[in-house]
Ligand binder design. Structure first.
Ligand code: UDX
Length: 436
């Protein structure tokens, strides 16, 4: 990384980029990956972040971090209503963010200049701030291109039940957030996508017509520096030695990401579904995953002991390493966009269990367009779970999914190589930033 950076440093002549991630795990990861890529290309990096879900700066000693007060009360800082949280953050962070950005712009060191601001698309208030301070704003979209807000009732291949849904106390807030996000992206200086051309060609072409701004599909971002970590929770490293002991492609890896929640009954159905299919499993039960429980105490006493080492439960796993491990056979996922991309990049077929929002659309594309996963659509019930796992792990249908996802993985590898679409998009992005 060092020598490449030195080579690019000469050409960048002290250009600094300021990035502002949304304080949610699935949004922090791609933003910090983008920051690392830009750093490697010779830019200096400043990160503005909220106190809520504050970042661990020690993993990035070469970036400068600036924390702003978000003013959230303890009850407001909750994932229970993600739309209200987003709306609140956009109101409460406006003044502190403006102050922080203005300070950074006026305290610039000699020989340096600030090229642009890059914010998550969810920070829609920042467009007005950027305009008032006369700094170009680029937007990072951390979900799939197919996932623009689909407000029409039927949009093949999506059915009504695949349309993104968010549970929120005040439906009007959803409309306001969706509008803010779309409109403030449309008037930004450009949009960076954590996706790649070959996967989403048609959607990108449509989007380019609707959004008259430069588009940069540079993903998958995590492939540039697979080892870097911006995890808010510490990753349980016992997962890897446990996987080392399992036969190739035999393990069911289960994780529903950083926000989704289930109830106790669902926890038990998952547990028995996994136990009954008699295959090894690695299961991430994040504290907070089960509503009303601390962790896995609702499981029957002696559940894991009964499995005699066939099951391993952790609070948070090194997911990218788990997916890349030869023992991992299938990923039972909520289809957050990072998880979906990470699975594609390692050629691991999926069992799709979307919970809300963009996950519904991703699951539909995984199962019915790219055909690299099975959508668990019926009630979460142990018999259904066992059947689904067997179909993907043991039957010809699963083997076909595996072949298709390995083919997609090869496309990813190509798009990141010199001459590939993401490689070229990244070059275009760098030149664009340098033109400001
Ligand atoms: C959220 C939304 O839920 C999702 O729909 C949207 O696309 C992005 O923001 P999240 O639930 O966190 O995302 O899921 P996902 O996008 O998959 O991101 C989770 C990240 O956490 C991944 O990068 C994954 O590698 C990491 N992770 C997950 C771990 O490091 N360890 C784990 O045990 C589980």
């Amino acid at each position: 990384m060092g020598s490449q950076r030195e080579f690019h440093l000469q050409q960048r002549k002290g250009r600094r980029v300021i990035l502002f991630p949304l304080p949610l795990q699935g949004h922090i990861n791609p933003m910090l990956q983008l920051a690392s890529i830009l750093y490697n290309k010779g830019f200096s990096i400043s990160i503005i972040h909220t106190n809520f879900n504050s970042l661990n700066s020690s993993n990035y000693p070469h970036f400068s971090f600036h924390s702003i007060p978000d003013g959230l009360s303890q009850s407001e800082a909750s994932f229970a209503d993600i739309v209200s949280l987003l709306s609140l953050l956009n109101v409460k962070c406006a003044a502190p963010f403006q102050d922080c950005l203005a300070k950074l712009l006026s305290n610039i060191v000699e020989g340096e200049s600030i090229a642009c601001l890059i914010t998550d698309s969810g920070w829609y208030f920042t467009q007005a701030v950027a305009q008032s301070l006369k700094i170009p704003r680029l937007v990072l979209r951390t979900n799939s291109v197919v996932n623009r807000m689909h407000l029409v009732p039927e949009l093949p291949p999506l059915r009504v039940k695949d349309i993104p849904v968010f549970e929120t106390r005040i439906p009007e807030t959803l409309h306001q957030v969706a509008l803010g996000l779309t409109n403030q992206t449309k008037v930004s200086s450009g949009c960076i996508w954590n996706s790649f051309q070959d996967l989403e060609q048609i959607s990108l072409a449509t989007l380019r017509k609707e959004f008259p701004i430069p588009m940069f599909p540079v993903g998958p971002l995590h492939k540039y520096f697979p080892a870097s970590s911006s995890s808010l929770l510490s990753q349980d490293q016992s997962s890897i030695p446990w996987l080392d002991k399992q036969p190739p492609k035999s393990v069911i890896y289960v994780s529903f990401g950083s926000i989704a929640a289930i109830n106790e009954t669902e926890l038990l159905e998952i547990a028995w579904g996994l136990a009954n299919c008699r295959l090894p499993f690695l299961w991430v039960v994040r504290p907070g995953l089960v509503r009303g429980a601390e962790w896995i105490e609702p499981l029957p006493k002696g559940f894991l002991e009964m499995l005699d080492g066939r099951g391993h439960i952790v609070k948070w796993a090194p997911q990218q390493e788990v997916l890349a491990h030869p023992a991992t056979g299938v990923f039972w996922t909520h289809n957050g966009w990072n998880s979906t991309l990470e699975s594609i990049c390692e050629g691991v077929p999926m069992i799709c269990q979307p919970c809300f929002g963009d996950q519904m659309v991703n699951a539909r594309y995984v199962s019915h367009v790219w055909k690299v996963g099975l959508h668990l659509e019926r009630k979460l019930e142990r018999g259904e779970i066992e059947k689904a796992i067997r179909r993907v792990m043991l039957e010809a249908e699963g083997q076909e999914m595996r072949e298709r996802i390995v083919y997609l993985k090869e496309k990813v590898d190509l798009c990141l190589k010199q001459g590939g679409s993401s490689y070229q998009s990244l070059e275009n992005l760098i030149n664009y930033i340098l033109s400001f």
